[in-house]
Design a protein around this ligand. Sequence first.
Ligand code: ZN
Length: 294
Amino acid sequence: MRNWAIAAISLSGFMAMGAGKADDMLTRPIAPESAKRWLAPQPPVRLHGRTYLIGFGGLNVALIRTSAGLILIDGAVPQAVGDIEAKMRKLGFSVRQVKLILSTEPHFDHAGGIAALARDSGASVVASGPAAAVLRQGGGDPDDPQAAWLERFPAVTKLRVARDGEVIKLGDTAITAHATPGHTLGSMSWSWKSCEGKDCRTIVFAASLNPIAVEGWRFANPGHRRFVDAFRGSFARVKAMRCDMLIASHPLDGDAGRVARLMKARTPNPFIDPGACRRYAERAEAALGKKLAE
Ligand SMILES: [Zn+2]
């Protein structure tokens, strides 16, 4: 009797911890103050075909349903994982159906939640070679232009490296990896074909192209040439990409309004914009030009 009581108490303690994630290392909040604006609430929405947005006002997370399970792109910050999984349930999915998690860059705001999402789903994580090396150690790349202010995040295991141009297949869905380095040397963008009835489009989930660095770190410094060269190559690639719909890793101005419109009416789909990738690259190119001129 007494043993049963003890077992019941420890079991309820364990369950309380699980339910509240009170002591879950992998979902412990990172930079909660700055994360608040990234985590502006956004309802889950079907973007096009079998592609859904399940992220936030300031951080995109995409979900793609294939014939062999789900693909997730990016994982936001660790404290957002509970919400991301709740959005999956709201759409009728379970995190256990996620088979692959694709990563755009190894910074805590996009990759902080990946370790928890990979644990909860059992999924493999796919990233570029340079990004995989940083994800494996939970950040801390000393060469990163933002190194001094970047937070560490839960290390990602079970990684699979994707080469530039590689096609990642799951069931009936094929996603192409596009190396778009600059913001980080491992940044990777992803594209796939989506059909909604007869309307087929190419969707691009673009990594950040923001040329941002800590104070005193100059892109014009000859020692940082590889970042500038990487950016220039990425701008050219993104401009030339087949791209009917753009999901940027941080939502673009106007995306909140587009989500609201899409929830009211599916046609015309406000995210269909074949010039979006070009403008996205042009804006980043102008920002880098300004940095170099300073
Ligand atoms: Zn970043």
